[in-house]
Design a binder for this molecule. Structure first.
Ligand code: ATP
Ligand code: MG
Length: 146
């Protein structure tokens, strides 16, 4: 298996770093053979996962560390967003639409991630943290020799 590229970023748990994560992932994915719409969807999925880590995982405590890893391997783009925060007690319920306990939120973050990415796996342990792994299949570029 040929590894094409990998990026790993540690972000402080600050709301403005959601934008940084979006830009970093967009730049990383720009080498993939994706159209503008697909790139936009990946950016939204990453924003949702990173926002969740900051807002729910660390409850806006800026000292938390959010790790964003992007790997391009063969024709798969894998993105992992990890926090060592609060964790999710009822994962099954959290993955349902509208599960937010805060009336200000729509509870659609995971729904967006699942609809925009080909695969989404969430692992979480209360008190330990949360790991969101997302996969996007990259179409083969007929021009490229890879
Ligand atoms: N990284 C995380 N750490 C702890 N809890 C989380 C994390 N990510 C999600 N959750 C929990 O899962 C619920 C559902 O997340 P989801 O992103 O779908 O909705 P939301 O964040 O509540 O609302 P929205 O994303 O629409 O603003 C959250 O309300 C929160 O309780
Ligand atoms: Mg959310």
């Amino acid at each position: 298996m040929k590894l094409h590229n990998r990026m790993k970023i540690e972000l402080m748990s600050l709301p403005e770093n959601v934008g940084l994560a979006r830009i970093a992932v967009a730049a990383f994915a720009s080498e993939c053979n994706l159209d503008v719409g697909e790139l936009e969807e990946i950016k939204v999925a990453v924003s949702e996962a990173v926002s969740n880590a900051i807002i729910h995982g660390y409850q806006k405590d800026a000292n938390g560390v959010v790790t964003l890893t992007a790997t391009l391997q063969d024709n798969v783009l894998e993105i992992i967003v990890e926090d060592k925060g609060r964790g999710i007690a009822d994962l099954e319920q959290a993955l349902e639409p509208g599960s937010a306990d805060d009336p200000e939120r729509m509870g659609l973050g995971f729904v967006f991630m699942k609809s925009f990415m080909d695969e989404v796996n969430v692992e979480s342990e209360p008190g330990r943290g949360t790991r969101v792994r997302m996969i996007k299949k990259i179409p083969k570029n007929p021009q490229a020799e890879n």
